[in-house]
Design a protein around this ligand. Structure first.
Ligand code: BES
Ligand code: ZN
Ligand code: ZN
Length: 507
């Protein structure tokens, strides 16, 4: 595999927009606000090119629109990239996130190595630290390209993007810089989560994910990592994850990452439990061929948990957390688990497998039991669990299920802050009842109705005694959304921002 990775770096700096040497100078423009002083100065230097572009109607500053203006040496930047902010009264922090991502996306499209993002409005009362973090995360998000299997020569292939956020005021730049620091850590982590998910199933299998988790943990102060291989899983009687993984030559792993700083504010550790099916063929209950390749993203929850552990250690958050990643490959084979098999999970509960494609809940049952063994009183699991959740919510939001209203509220607010949207769905007895077994304690599927609710209900049976929330992230595991014109199709690394924010808010 090609080792070369695409690197993105962001800084904040006091600079004069006309003098900064850069490949692309990105400038956000509101559709209903007159030009800022700085924009007017630039327009004059460019011989009125910006005004002209607006006049002929090529750029109306609608949200998500953009246009290049070539500067022909009139200012130091090669190109000006106008980015539409839409109407000022409708603007939120998310407007800045989307448009900064768009700026980076377009900059990389023209193979820019340097990008300057200009803040030029009088953003009175703005939280500049937060703005710095959001813009930085967004530059990482939009600038990201998965290209490790591209074979072009290096001079044709983009290898780095160096971005600066510029403002004409040093004390504001200092505030932005604080946010840039966090944004870099979170943005890089999220992008590596994307890379892990974008890697083909045959390249990134459970043992490989475990090796990467070990390496990341060793390189990050404050993290320690324990791996349960298949022998250890068998010794511990983790029948859920073992059952799912037994049909593959790539044996399952449970990856446990510990972060427990001395100044932790929570007495009982919080568990983040991630589904990491490195490839989900469906097993003997084989999936249809169309789109099956997308099941390399079935490890999105595990990747988010791994990379969140890295961010919280790098940010030195005062919170004790276990990351538990349930990694297995679901594959048909002479040794696969069969429909009708009854598995004994780590908890001791037995499960009749009526569909081998409902495997996420089986690996998570052992992960949640492990959280209890580690004395966690709060657990959040992330799983690309059901196609039904995609049907319910479209590819816009993750489903949120919980047995604890306070926990759900905290997750909702972190989701809102980070623009990783979630939507509440029911966790109730009627769904739990549907999962009761006839010849075993539980069965792994119910009727075809409400599939995401019954899936969540199943998992909830293994979270009793903990405040628990389940995020069904199947809707947001990847994007091919034509609405999102600022992101490369593929994994979007959902969950890293949300979980990091949730943990930052622990008091
Ligand atoms: N990994 C899939 C769910 C999925 C589907 C994620 C589409 C992302 C996009 C999961 O393991 C699965 O196959 N679930 C089944 C459950 C069913 C058999 C009850 C499903 O959704 O069809
Ligand atoms: Zn499946
Ligand atoms: Zn799956």
């Amino acid at each position: 595999m090609a080792k070369e990775m695409f690197k993105i770096d962001v800084k904040a700096q006091k600079a004069d927009a006309a003098k900064i040497k850069t490949d692309v100078l990105a400038i956000g423009v509101f559709s209903d606000v007159k030009n800022s002083v700085i924009l007017d100065v630039l327009d004059k230097k460019l011989g009125g090119a910006i005004t002209r572009l607006k006049k002929i109607g090529d750029f109306k500053a609608a949200l998500g629109s953009s246009a290049f203006v070539y500067t022909n040496g009139k200012i130091a930047a090669e190109r000006v990239l106008l980015i539409g902010f839409g109407e000022q009264k409708k603007a939120t922090m998310d407007t800045f996130r989307q448009t900064a991502a768009k700026a980076a996306f377009e900059a990389v499209n023209v193979k820019a190595k340097k990008l300057a993002v200009l803040l030029h409005y009088e953003e009175k009362d703005a939280n500049f630290e937060k703005l710095g973090q959001i813009i930085t995360e967004a530059i990482h998000f939009g600038g990201y390209r998965y290209n490790e299997f591209m074979t072009q020569k290096t001079d044709e292939k983009i290898t780095s993007l160096s971005a600066v956020i510029i403002k004409d005021n040093q004390s504001v730049v200092n505030k932005i810089s604080k946010g840039v620091f966090a944004g870099q850590i979170i943005g890089q982590a999220q992008n590596f989560a994307r890379t892990l998910c974008n890697r083909p199933g045959s390249v990134l299998y459970p043992a490989e994910l475990a090796a990467i988790a070990k390496k990341i943990s060793a390189a990050t102060k404050g993290l320690s990592c324990t791996i349960f291989d298949d022998k250890k899983l068998a010794a511990k009687k983790m029948g859920g994850i073992l059952g799912v993984g037994q049909g593959s030559v790539h044996k399952p792993r449970m990856i446990i990452i510990k972060y427990s700083p001395r100044n932790a504010k929570n007495k009982e550790p919080i568990a983040l439990v991630g589904k990491a099916i490195t490839f989900d063929t469906g097993g003997i209950s084989l999936k249809p061929a169309a789109d099956m390749h997308e099941m390399k993203y079935d490890m999105t929850g595990g990747a988010a948990v791994l990379m969140t552990m890295q961010t919280i250690a790098k940010l030195k958050l005062p919170v004790a957390v276990y990351g538990i990643i349930c990694a297995a490959e679901n594959r048909p084979d002479g040794g696969s688990y069969l429909p009708g098999d009854i598995l004994t999970t780590y908890s001791g509960k037995t499960v009749e497998v009526l569909n081998t494609d409902a495997e996420g809940r089986l690996v998570l049952s052992d992960g949640l039991e492990q959280a209890k063994v580690l004395k966690c009183k709060t657990a959040i699991d992330l799983a690309t669990l059901t196609g039904a959740c995609v049907v319910a919510l479209g590819k816009h939001k993750a489903g949120l299920f919980s047995n604890d209203d306070k926990l759900a509220e905290k997750i909702k607010s972190a989701a809102k802050e980070t623009s990783e949207p979630v939507w509440p769905l029911p966790y109730e007895q009627v769904y739990i009842d549907e999962m009761k077994g006839t010849i075993s304690d539980l069965k792994n599927i119910a009727s075809r109705w409400g599939g995401s609710c019954t899936g969540a209900a199943f998992i909830g049976e293994f979270a009793k005694g903990m405040a628990w929330a389940h995020l069904d992230i199947a809707p947001v595991s990847d994007t091919s959304d034509p609405m999102k014109k600022y992101v490369q199709p593929g994994s979007i690394g959902f969950g890293v921002r949300l979980l990091t924010e949730f943990l930052r808010n622990i008091k």
